[in-house]
Write a protein that binds this ligand. Structure first.
Ligand code: DSN
Length: 438
């Protein structure tokens, strides 16, 4: 067992080891992978030992269908207490009057929001999905696209426009005027710029739509003051809790609209879910408590600074960053400026061989299919949690460039360089242990 594995992780896995060595071996290997690789997937993070302990706690043993003080099962006194704590902390964190902490995921939160706000066949507007949207924002094979009528607004696609690859707000208004959606959605999975919630609300008001902000990616930045809040502009906000917010894997719904509260509660339970995952609700309470601390504000400021530094360093290495940079934690790297033949699919696999974990991602107007793509998406949330600063981000950019440059030369060059980078990554990670490791 390596030093990196002497951690809070061991306490849990040691319990499993005696009973189920097969599972324990997998957990050990995953702990080792997380400790010794650089996590650049923009939607991932390293939750604290307290969050992970709560997620693995006795709260998993209980059914608590319903809401605090209104359950369908006895014995919920402590589950009431922890859910109420999570609700109160979420409301304080985001400055709103209502929080539903039960959605199992962001997609589940969105499904409940659609159920509450729309009838089958109703129209809603969202970003062109391939340009940074999410599957739950109207993909044809998702419930949102099968049962409702999504219409999509574009980015600026004209390279000479000063806001190239940023949201084209005039087109948002045009699409809304033409289709009169009941709901206008904003918030994305791969959009590196600030979202102008006020402008979205003006457009929503003009056409009589409700404004629905899915802040799954930027929730931590919003909570920590590094991105403007969707409130007071959005009527409804959904998010995940495990990305920049650094909690357990899960979802959350927020609003200030009194007339939506009953509908939202019903849409989550019994509309789209049964028993809440109370161990995860408990871990959400812990994570929200962490996010209310001043250290979290410093953390998200550093996330943004680190993302900017990584983007700038990659530009120096010859890569194009879509929209010219990033204002938040995420960036899309257009690989074609390095080499027209380089694909996101190859880059993802090659980088993993060097211990650099990311995902292929389409760039706006990408001519390649989603399983190939011309880009990779990188984020700074996880590396900032382990303590990387701007010097380390420049090192990361150099690692990325070394692996991709070698990969373009051929398998022998890739094998040698990826192995060398893998070792340097391991050493760098050793100096920045994950939370709870020593
Ligand atoms: N899969 C998430 C992401 O990577 O952004 C969105 O659900």
């Amino acid at each position: 067992m390596t030093t990196a594995q002497h951690s809070v992780h061991d306490a849990g896995v040691d319990l499993i080891r005696g009973q189920d060595p097969d599972v324990a071996a997998i957990l050990d290997a995953e702990a080792e992978r997380q400790a010794t690789t650089i996590e650049l997937i923009a939607s991932e993070n390293h939750a604290s030992p307290a969050v992970m302990a709560a997620a693995g706690s006795c709260m998993t043993n209980k059914y608590a269908e319903g809401y605090p003080s209104a359950r369908y099962y006895g014995g919920c006194v402590h589950h009431d207490a922890v859910e109420q704590l999570a609700i109160d902390r979420a409301k304080e964190l985001f400055g709103c009057n209502y929080a539903n902490v039960q959605p199992h995921s962001g997609a589940q939160a969105n499904a409940a929001a659609f159920l509450a706000l729309l009838k089958p066949g109703d129209t809603f507007a969202s970003l062109v999905l391939a340009d940074g949207g999410h599957l739950s924002h109207g993909l044809k094979v998702n419930m949102s696209g099968k049962w409702f009528n999504p219409v999509h607004y574009p980015l600026h696609y004209d390279e000479s426009h000063p806001e190239f690859e940023q949201i084209d707000y005039d087109k948002v208004a045009e699409v809304c005027r033409e289709h009169k959606p009941k709901v206008l959605m904003c918030g994305y999975s791969a959009y590196p710029r600030v979202i102008d919630f006020k402008r979205f609300r003006e457009i929503a008001d003009e056409v009589g739509a409700l404004l629905f902000a899915d802040i799954a990616h930027i929730a931590g930045l919003v909570a920590g003051g590094a991105h403007p809040s969707p409130f007071p502009h959005a009527h409804l906000v959904t998010t995940t809790t495990h990305k920049s917010l650094r909690g357990p894997r899960g979802g959350l719904i927020l609003t200030n609209e009194e007339d939506m509260i009953k509908k939202l509660n019903r849409a989550v339970f019994p509309g789209t879910q049964g028993g809440p995952l109370m161990h995860i609700v408990t871990a959400k309470a812990v994570a929200f408590g962490e996010a209310l601390k001043p250290e979290f504000r410093a953390y998200v400021q550093q996330v943004v600074a680190n993302a900017r530094t990584l983007a700038a360093a990659l530009v120096e290495h010859g890569y194009r960053i879509t929209s010219g940079g990033t204002d938040n934690h995420v960036m899309l790297v257009d690989l074609r400026t390095k080499d027209a033949e380089l694909t996101g699919a190859d880059a993802e696999v090659w980088l993993e061989r060097g211990g650099l974990i990311c995902n292929k991602n389409g760039v706006p107007q990408d001519p390649r299919p989603p399983k190939v793509t011309s880009g990779i998406r990188l984020g700074a949330c996880a590396v900032t949690t382990r303590g990387f600063g701007e010097a380390e981000m420049r090192q990361v950019a150099a690692f990325i460039d070394r692996v991709l440059t070698a990969g373009l030369k051929g398998e022998a060059e890739l094998d040698a360089e990826a192995s060398a980078v893998r070792e340097e990554v391991r050493q760098l990670c050793g100096g920045f242990p994950l939370p709870g490791h020593n």
